[in-house]
Design a protein around this ligand. Structure first.
Ligand code: NAD
Length: 262
């Protein structure tokens, strides 16, 4: 059997970018996947790329909305009869300096990533505890949760909040066999809606490179001189959820080709 055969995954923000790559990998490993995102059509279109509704379904779920999050978890139970893997991936970056950041910007960043992943983890943990089968919760945090950089204070602060949720939940859910780990990606330019939606242009201007060269520019800053793609983050999610790491919890894995270690 495939490594994740019989397991059910919920991935937030999975209609595009890193989340879509994660959903694709988990499905390829045999999991049934719920693709949760803001837009139902986009979520369903992504799900249908993965296969029939026996394998993947798309649901509309704004992670800042408590009842929508509950409905996404319920959809997993209804469609696939359980829930085993949860990936907190939904996010956005406004990429603003301290003086540019409005209260609304601050609230949006924290609502989507800190509060959103709290709501998803809480709704999922209730199911995981009741099922008594253990489970995995993975947070897609960021290198920025640990390392400071200019012009994204609200983003980085909320990524640090997510990183601490990983440690807190690992402590609280360990006795139920639920592992909680995080991934710190960096420089996933190609395929990322965050980069395409404005962050890329801003970063390119800061570094003085054309936006279409940004992926290569990031690669040159890494120890491995490699560009990080959504698939590389997805690979790490799979490894974290595989039984080979079933004695690991509270860990953050960098997927940044070594930039944080440089
Ligand atoms: P992306 O824009 O392609 O994907 C983000 C997804 O989240 C989108 O599909 C979007 O619709 C969804 N989303 C946004 N707000 C939501 C909400 N309120 N409810 C539900 N879904 C919502 O960008 P990406 O680069 O693939 O980012 C995915 C995650 O990876 C984010 O959490 C991001 O912070 C993190 N990350 C990305 C990088 C990178 O280099 N691209 C680096 C570190 C961390």
């Amino acid at each position: 059997p495939k490594a994740l055969q019989g397991r059910v995954a919920l991935v937030t923000g999975a209609a595009s970018g890193i989340g879509k790559a994660i959903a694709t990998r988990l499905a390829a490993e045999g999991a049934c996947v719920v693709i949760a995102d803001l837009d139902l059509d986009k979520a369903q279109a992504t799900a249908s790329e993965l296969g029939s509704t026996d394998v993947a379904i798309g649901v509309e779920a704004n992670v800042t909305d408590e009842s929508a999050v509950q409905q996404a978890v319920d959809a997993a139970l209804l469609a696939f009869g359980g829930l085993d893997l949860v990936v907190n991936n939904a996010g956005l970056s406004l990429s603003k300096s301290l003086l540019e950041t409005t209260v609304a910007d601050w609230d949006l960043q924290h609502n989507v990533m800190a509060k959103g992943s709290f709501l998803v983890s809480r709704a999922a943990a209730k199911v995981l505890i009741d099922q008594k089968l253990g489970g995995d919760i993975v947070y897609i945090s960021s290198k920025n949760s640990v390392f400071a950089g200019p012009n994204n204070i609200a983003y980085s602060a909320t990524k640090a909040d997510q990183a601490h949720q990983v440690r807190l939940l690992a402590a609280e859910l360990g006795e139920y066999g639920v592992r909680v780990n995080g991934i710190n990606p960096d420089g996933v330019v190609r395929g990322s809606g965050i980069f395409a939606g404005g962050w890329g242009a801003k970063r390119a201007a800061v570094y003085g490179v054309p936006e279409e060269e940004l992926g290569k520019y990031y690669a040159q800053r890494t120890l491995l001189k490699r560009e990080v793609l959504p698939e590389h983050v997805a690979n790490a999610v799979f490894v974290l959820c595989s039984s080979d790491l079933d004695h690991t919890t509270g860990l953050h894995i960098p997927v940044d080709a070594g930039v944080a270690a440089a």
